[in-house]
Write a protein that binds this ligand. Structure first.
Ligand code: HEM
Length: 489
């Protein structure tokens, strides 16, 4: 172990720290360690050096400013190389194929491209309001919100909406998502098994069979857009951009078909459904901090009024609501350690040596709780994002990761969150159930799940219309929205 690595916990007898890193909420342990070892620390998992960045400054200095070194991903043998043939951009190493993939993501989800999905986001949110109005229980709420979110990201990829959760695209995508979770196979820890004769590599058998099924599925989705383009009825989406100038992106048919599945992977199945998890988080925040909910509603009533739904055109004037969305992302980070980056060359930072091949985590959990930037971090206070000249708050994107791998879907996600949150708060109060003695049953404020994502466990609540006039407006808008939605079928 080189002597000038960033400081970190002493290694065990086996020479690494595998036993020191808990399986449950490791980000909290990393934050504790930060007190002792500082904002850049290191330890070993097996033979791999792991660097954890505990401050926004360290993440910006390394992941943003030295993106030429820090933008790869750790190798993922079964899910990435074997199952996906190295074609899934999210786990691709840094290099030309990833850059080609990323330029397509950029074309489909840039700030400008994201605006083209606003019409559908508006339509889906009107239909969602009606569904929430008629839902019978929390299970119904969750299903409707899931459909809303899935339909939007599917549309980002293929320009077609998902009108029902029974669409087989959803179950197929969910099955695939379960397979691409990293680290379930022994060969990840013992890559030497790849030296076995191929027919003895049992860990290949199932993933390779599934891969050909996935390839067919992705090609059929892409080809259906091709057909619609020929008929002149395709809605603008990432697929139309990919097919229109396929040569420009340097991707052949199969590579394009895999690339187009990336947005859906971030939101159609359930495993990494980041937008939905944030919506769940927002409901917890509104129940625990009803003052913030009321302030946002008061702003909506003044700026938008009672007779019409809020829309994207109101966004610039809804400054408290914008701050509330940022605070929802910050208050409890749903991807607490981000996705791991990996270095492709040796580097030195403030005298510390960071070897090539290190896995680098940005501890987003620690950054969003930094008391210097966010005093009293456990308090949900949108005001911290208002009237500030601190660029770190004005341009807040910490939860979307860093550098060249920053979430390409963040503009789409922000548009979905805005239209969902503004319309729901305009129409409903989010209220907790009550005990027999009349006291509210509140969800826990941070007893969340652990894993790649950390999000609230199921809890009780209802959407209660804020006033009598809400229902007819929702019904009228939803009727029109159903008709408008026909163009995305
Ligand atoms: C609030 C919702 C979301 C959050 C908090 C979020 C967060 C993240 C984070 C932390 C990363 C890792 C960035 C890094 O490596 O530094 C990421 C990557 C990614 N996200 Fe998102 N995301 C969200 C929604 C979405 C949506 C809606 C899409 C697609 C429509 C999307 C597509 C992707 C893709 C494709 C990557 C991989 C990028 C790469 O490896 O180059 N995300 N996201």
């Amino acid at each position: 172990k080189p002597s000038n690595l960033p400081p970190g916990p002493p290694a065990s007898m086996l020479g690494d720290n595998t036993r020191d890193v808990p399986a449950i909420r490791p980000w909290r342990t990393f934050m504790e360690w930060r007190k002792r070892y500082g904002n850049v620390m290191s330890f070993y998992l097996g033979r791999t050096p792991v660097i954890v960045l505990g401050s926004l400054k360290a993440a910006t200095d390394l992941l943003d400013k030295r993106g030429n070194i820090y933008s790869s991903r750790p190798r993922n043998i079964v899910a990435g190389d074997i199952y996906s043939g190295g074609m899934r951009g999210i786990s691709m190493p840094y290099g030309k194929p990833w850059r080609n993939w990323r330029s397509l993501m950029q074309a489909g989800m840039s700030v400008d491209a994201s605006k083209t999905y606003e019409i559908l986001q508006s339509i889906e949110s009107k239909i969602l309001l009606r569904d929430l109005l008629h839902a019978k229980d929390v299970g119904d709420y969750l299903r409707h919100i899931r459909r809303f979110s899935a339909s939007i990201v599917f549309c980002v990829s293929y320009g077609r909406r998902l009108a029902s959760l029974d669409d087989e695209v959803i179950s197929t995508t969910q099955k695939i998502e379960e397979c691409i979770l990293p680290g379930k196979f022994i060969v990840e820890s013992w890559p030497i098994l790849l030296a076995l004769p191929r027919f003895l590599q049992w860990f290949r058998w199932d993933p390779e069979k599934r891969r050909s099924e996935d390839t067919e599925f992705y090609l059929s989705l892409m080809n259906s857009v091709r057909d619609r383009m020929k008929l002149g009825i395709a809605q603008p989406c990432t697929a139309t951009r990919a097919l229109h100038k396929q040569a420009d992106f340097g991707l052949d048919d199969i590579q394009s078909a895999y690339a187009l599945s990336a947005p859906s992977q971030a939101g159609v199945g359930t495993v990494r459904h980041f937008t939905i998890l944030n919506i769940r988080l927002y409901k917890v925040a509104m129940i625990l901090f009803p003052d913030a909910m009321r302030k946002a509603q008061a702003e909506l009533d003044i700026i938008v009024g009672m007779d019409t739904l809020p829309g994207f055109e109101h966004e610039p004037s809804l400054t408290y609501l914008q701050a509330l969305i940022k605070e929802t992302l910050r208050w409890r980070a749903i991807v607490p350690t981000g996705l791991p980056h990996s270095t492709i060359a040796d580097d030195v930072y403030e005298g510390m040596y960071i070897p090539k091949g290190s896995t680098v985590y940005a501890n987003i959990y620690a950054m969003t709780r930094d008391p210097e930037m966010f005093p009293e971090p456990d308090n949900f206070r949108p005001e911290r994002f208002l009237n500030t000249d601190d660029a770190r708050l004005a341009n807040y994107t910490i939860n979307f990761g860093f550098g060249r791998r920053i979430c390409p879907g963040m503009h789409v996600a922000n548009r979905s969150l805005f239209i969902f949150i503004s319309r729901v708060l305009w129409a409903f109060d989010i209220v907790p159930p009550k005990r027999a003695d009349g006291k509210p049953i509140l969800p826990p404020s941070d007893d969340f799940t652990t894993g790649l994502t950390s999000h609230p466990k199921p809890f009780g609540y209802s959407f209660v219309p804020r006033r009598a006039g809400v229902e007819p407006i929702i019904m009228k808008e939803a009727l029109q929205a159903e008709m408008d939605a026909a163009a995305w079928m």
